[in-house]
Design a protein around this ligand. Structure first.
Ligand code: ZN
Length: 371
C-alpha cells in the first residue's frame, strides 16, 4: 500500500430520488441569477428541458445542438450562447456528451482563443470559468465528478480527453429518477463503462487508498444491480444502486485515471464504431485476467466481491457481455489487422497507467489469445 497520497475533489454532491426537483432552490441558494440549460437533443424533443426551465426560472436559454461525440464547433456555439445571455451559471442535463461539452464551454466563455487551441493544448485556460451544475441522466460516465472533457475536433475527427481543473462541476445533482427511462442497451453500455472506471481506478499505477475504497464499493453495487437495471428499467432500487455505483466509480478514477481498457477503447470505438461502454467491455475481462498476474490485490478484491477468484469475476463480466449482445471477438468486430490495432492501443497515453506492461507485439498476442 502507498504510505503517502493526496486526495482532493472539489465537487459538491447532492444525491437522492427526486432531488432534481430541487434545482430551483439549489440555484437560488447558490445565488445564481441567469443560467443556460445545456441538454441532450432528446430532452429538448421530449419536453423535459422545457419542464426544467419552467420549474427553474433563472434558466433563460437552452442549448441542445449536441452530437453523441460532442464537437468543438458545438462547444464554441454553447460558449457563445453563454456570452450572449450574460449567464452566471450553466446546467448540464444528459449523459457524458452534454456534461463534457458544458465543462469546456464554461471555460471557453472567458477565453481569448479558439476551442481548437485549448483542445490541442496550444493554449491553457486561465482560472476564470462559469459554475456548472450537472444532472446526469445515465449511470455510467462519472463525468459529474471529474475534471475531464472528451470532445471531437470536427476538422480532423480526433477524439481526445482534455483534463483541466476548471472543468470540475460546481455541483452534481444525482437523481436516479432521471435514469428510469434509459433503454436497456444504454443501461448496459453505461453500466459496464462505470464498472471499467472502478476496476481501472483500482489497478491504475496511480491508485491510492481513498480511491480504492470508492472503487470497491462501486463494484459491489454494480455487480449486484446491473443486470436488474438492464432487465427492469423501472426498478428504482436497482437504478439508485447503479447511480450511486457510477458516482463512486467517478470518484474512484477522477484522480488515478483509467488505464489499458480505456486506452484501447478509443481505437476500438473509432475503427469499429463501437460505443464507449461496449469498447471498454471488449477488453475488460481480458485485462482483469492479465493484470491479476502482477497485482495480487485483485484476487482479494474478487473474493471480497463474493467471487471464488479473479477467473470467476472475469467470467461474470464475459457473461454480462454476452447477455447484453456486445461484440466479444475480433472476428465479430471485423478486425483484420490485429498488429495495427494493438500498436495504436499500446501507444495511447492512458496505457502507461496499466500495471502489467505490454509491447505492441505482446498486446497483439494477447488480443489473439482471447479471441
Ligand atoms: Zn469511460
Amino acid at each position: 500500500m502507498r504510505n503517502s497520497f493526496a486526495y482532493s475533489l472539489p465537487v459538491k454532491i447532492v444525491f437522492g430520488v427526486g432531488v432534481a426537483e430541487q434545482l430551483k432552490d439549489i440555484a437560488t441558494s447558490c445565488g445564481f441569477k441567469r443560467g443556460v440549460l445545456i441538454a441532450d437533443k432528446l430532452f429538448a424533443e421530449n419536453g423535459m428541458a422545457d419542464k426544467i426551465m419552467k420549474d427553474c426560472p433563472s434558466l433563460v436559454a437552452l442549448y441542445s445542438d449536441i452530437t453523441p461525440n460532442p464537437m468543438l464547433s458545438e462547444v464554441t456555439a454553447a460558449a457563445e450562447l453563454l456570452r450572449q445571455t450574460e449567464a452566471d451559471y450553466a446546467v448540464a442535463l444528459g449523459g457524458g456528451s452534454s456534461m463534457d461539452l458544458a465543462k469546456f464551454a464554461c471555460s471557453l466563455v472567458f477565453a481569448d482563443s479558439t476551442a481548437t487551441d485549448y483542445f490541442y493544448k496550444r493554449k491553457v485556460f486561465g482560472a476564470k470559468h462559469l459554475p456548472l451544475v450537472v444532472l446526469p441522466t445515465t449511470a455510467g460516465t462519472g463525468s459529474e465528478v471529474t475534471s475531464v472533457s472528451v470532445c471531437n475536433d470536427d476538422q480532423t475527427g480526433i477524439k481526445s480527453p482534455l483534463p483541466c481543473d476548471n472543468f470540475y462541476p460546481y455541483l452534481a445533482v444525482v437523481d436516479p429518477l432521471l435514469t428510469l427511462s434509459v433503454p436497456p442497451f444504454v443501461t448496459a453500455t453505461t453500466g459496464i463503462d462505470a464498472m471499467s472506471h472502478a476496476l481501472e481506478a483500482f489497478w491504475s499505477v496511480n491508485h491510492q487508498p481513498v480511491c480504492d475504497m470508492y472503487a470497491e464499493k462501486s463494484l459491489e453495487l454494480i455487480f449486484s444491480h446491473l443486470e436488474k437495471a438492464y432487465l427492469c428499467g423501472e426498478d428504482i432500487e436497482a437504478r439508485s444502486a447503479m447511480s450511486l455505483g457510477a458516482l463512486y466509480a467517478g470518484l474512484a478514477f477522477a484522480l488515478p485515471k483509467t488505464a489499458a481498457v480505456h486506452a484501447c477503447s478509443y481505437p476500438l470505438s473509432i475503427r469499429y464504431h463501437l460505443n464507449h461502454g461496449e469498447a471498454c467491455a471488449f477488453t475488460l475481462d481480458m485485462f482483469l485476467r492479465e493484470n491479476a498476474s502482477v497485482d495480487g490485490r485483485l484476487h482479494t478484491l474478487a473474493q471480497k466481491l463474493g467471487f471464488r477468484g479473479v477467473g470467476a469475476m472475469a467470467d461474470k463480466i464475459k457473461d454480462f457481455k454476452e447477455k447484453f449482445g456486445f461484440k466479444t471477438t475480433l472476428k465479430a468486430l471485423g478486425c483484420e489487422d490485429v498488429a495495427a490495432l494493438a500498436a495504436e492501443c499500446q501507444s495511447h497515453p492512458l496505457f502507461q497507467n496499466n500495471p502489467k506492461k505490454f509491447t505492441a507485439k505482446s498486446l497483439a498476442e494477447v488480443f489473439c489469445y482471447y479471441g
